[in-house]
Design a protein around this ligand. Sequence first.
Ligand code: GDP
Length: 455
Amino acid sequence: MNTDTTIAAISTPTGEGGIGVVRISGSNAADIADSIFTAASGKRLKGSVGYSAHFGTLHDKSGDTIDQCIALVFKAHKSYTGEDIVELSVHGGDYVVRAALRAAIDAGAVPAERGEFTRRAFLNGKLDLSEAEAVMDIISASDRQALSAGLAALGGAVSEKCGRIRDELKFAAATVAAFSDFPDEEPEFSGIDKLGELLENAACRLGTLISDYDTGRMIKNGINTVIIGPPNAGKSTLMNRLTGYDRSIVTPVAGTTRDTVEETVSFGGVTLRLCDTAGLHDTADPVEKIGVERTKERIASADLVIVLLDGSDASYDSSEIMRLVCGKPTVVVYNKSDIAAYEPEGIKDERQFTVSVSAKTGDGIERLADAIKEVTAAEHIDGSSAVYLNERQRDCAVRAERSVKEALSALESGITVDAVGVLIDEALSALYELTGERVTVEVTNEVFSKFCVGK
Ligand code: GDP
């Protein structure tokens, strides 16, 4: 990617809105903007101070007016990308915003690639890679917890956590180097006697980061939820109730698995990702209809199982379904409480709650939300204080942990200290990759390809 160019893109979503923004970034941003924008004050943007706003008219290369416009000027180093930026705000209609972009390109700007503004911010040291990734988390956040987690990561929480582990490992590496240089020193003096402790600490911190990944995934993507139960228990009715619960149905998004589309529903303060694969609505008897294996697979990949039973049908034997969900966070819902005052036996354990609802009337639906929060521990999740890795970062942390553990066993089995040093270096490299200090072009391309144009 050539960062000498000045790039431009529409930074607001398509469709009609109050304003639409075209962002221009690069050393020629002010010159390009000056050639298509005339400030009412007569001032040129080129000599304007940073963080200044200018009202005027935007026109195309033949001088025809496009729209009234506010131009915002940001100066290099104190802008999002670290370069000179001009943001042109026009009225938010697709045609007018596209015309503004066309004018900027005709004046010499190059169309920006996906995520190129954020990539430039990364290359100019304004953000590290984990912070750049957090920008996407903030944009895609669908509830408060996801937003808080994204903001924490943008504020450097991931880098800070990794930085602490890295410092420990650097100290371990220095200890190894000192010992290699002066092997006859007293162990207390070189610190080699503390090496095992240092490595154990690092492995433990990495382990916590990795084990929190699932919680972070639930926060960012929603709780992966499967609803199963016998025919006519009311699964479709419950689905409808959930999707209409607080009128905050989130648009269907492409699932993480390629062949599914999911409906993401905000329900009682948690985000549920209801898997909408064929058969979920009419899963019916899981044994007969989709087979035990497929049901098991679906349950295994879920964060939460809702077992829906017909509370008015006392003859139904649920033991087989309950065997399938054994060990998973589960809410057993006895439906149709409006016609059968079935009193479930109560809470089985902290991973399994039982509630009685009427999917038809909505009675008891709040209790279902509370039970979901309890069994998934969503109630206790605090997006702003914990550090949650994404999949790429987790992969780096797993590699770092593996190398640290290998270093530990190498140390314990008395292999040369130099070999331990090599393994510590490997762990450090994986952590540098996590935050982006040492990262291949392929990895950065992969990260920024997930961004939208204009970000
Ligand atoms: P599914 O086969 O599990 O998807 O069940 P449906 O949602 O299609 O519901 C089966 C039948 O039960 C329908 O006639 C629903 O109207 C009825 N039903 C569902 N939920 C309730 C409820 O809470 N109370 C009552 N009385 N009927 C319900």
